[in-house]
Each structure stands twice: as structure tokens, then as C-alpha cells.
Write a protein that binds this ligand. Structure first.
Ligand code: SME
Length: 159
């Protein structure tokens, strides 16, 4: 298993994502424990992009429950359809929010978080988790983040 992340280009986020994907693939290929893999994916994304907050919420019964993350203290439970995370779970699609203050029902874990992307993680056709990434700047996320974060989420249950 690679224990050191190699990023040669931090200026161009698409190039950074392209460098990360094979490294994340090799991490999850070497380990079958879900929590260990989610923890390392959070760490890799935090190190590569220095996002304000990056982590996973896991579907447990009728709620999303906080899982491995990197960043500040976060709310532990989110109801189905609530907030950005609950919306991505309910709609089974990626949600990009340029300004969290304009998203009805946004759950503010930190007032420093200004924009956000949430990507659902599927297993056997069902959403089993979401990846939540927060930025302390407005309009951080676009279709490039959506494309590559979805690719990363698709690696989680490939093994
Ligand atoms: N803002 C999220 C809640 C989770 S925190 O940002 C870590 C939401 O509205 O679902």
C-alpha cells in the first residue's frame, strides 16, 4: 500500500484529481475495511486540496450518521431529505451549492463553510453513504469536482 501521497501539480485541479484516482484505487484495493478506506479517502482529499471539511456520512436506519472525516467538529445525524447531504441521499444525485446561505434547509456545522458539494455513494444500486466536501470560499465546486469525486466514490465498493 502507498503510504505517501504523490501530487506533482496542485495548480490544476483536474490534473490533481487525475493523479489521485490511481492512488486511491490502490489504497482501496489493498484494504477491504470500509471505515479504513473512507478515512484514507478523506485524508487524501484534505491533503490534496486543503478543503475546509471533507468526510462521509453513512446511511444507518433512517438517518445519515457521521463517519470518517477531516476537519472541524460536525453534526452527527442528518435526516432523510434534510440539508445538502440529506437532499443528495434522497435525490440520489450530486448536489453542488455555490452559497450555502441560499440553500433552503442547509445545515450549518460551521459558519466558515460557504460552499459545498455532496456526492452519493452507491452499493448494489442503493445510496449507502454520502461524501460531503465543504469550502470556506464561495463557488468552489463545479462539474470537474463532481466528475472526479463521483469517480472516487465509485471506487469504494469496487473491490
Ligand atoms: N452542511 C451539511 C451538513 C454537514 S456539514 O457541512 C459537515 C448539510 O447541509 O447537509
Amino acid at each position: 500500500m502507498a503510504e505517501q501521497l504523490i501530487i506533482t501539480n496542485k495548480e490544476d485541479k483536474e490534473k490533481t484529481y487525475k493523479e489521485l484516482i490511481p492512488q486511491i484505487r490502490s489504497l482501496v484495493e489493498c484494504e477491504y475495511d470500509l471505515i479504513a478506506n473512507l478515512a484514507n479517502i478523506s485524508a487524501v482529499l484534505k491533503e490534496a486540496f486543503n478543503f475546509f471539511w471533507v468526510g462521509f456520512y453513512l446511511v444507518k436506519e433512517e438517518q445519515l450518521v457521521l463517519g470518517p472525516f477531516q476537519g472541524t467538529l460536525a453534526c452527527t445525524r442528518i435526516n432523510y431529505g434534510k440539508g445538502v447531504c440529506g437532499t443528495a441521499w434522497k435525490n440520489e444525485e450530486t448536489v453542488i451549492v455555490d452559497d450555502v446561505n441560499s440553500f433552503p434547509g442547509h445545515i450549518a456545522c460551521s459558519s466558515l463553510s460557504l460552499s459545498e458539494i455532496v456526492v452519493p455513494v452507491f452499493f448494489e444500486g442503493k445510496v449507502v453513504a454520502v461524501l460531503d466536501v465543504d469550502s470556506d470560499k464561495y463557488s468552489t465546486f463545479d462539474n470537474i469536482d463532481s466528475q472526479y469525486l463521483n469517480e472516487i466514490c465509485n471506487l469504494i465498493f469496487k473491490m
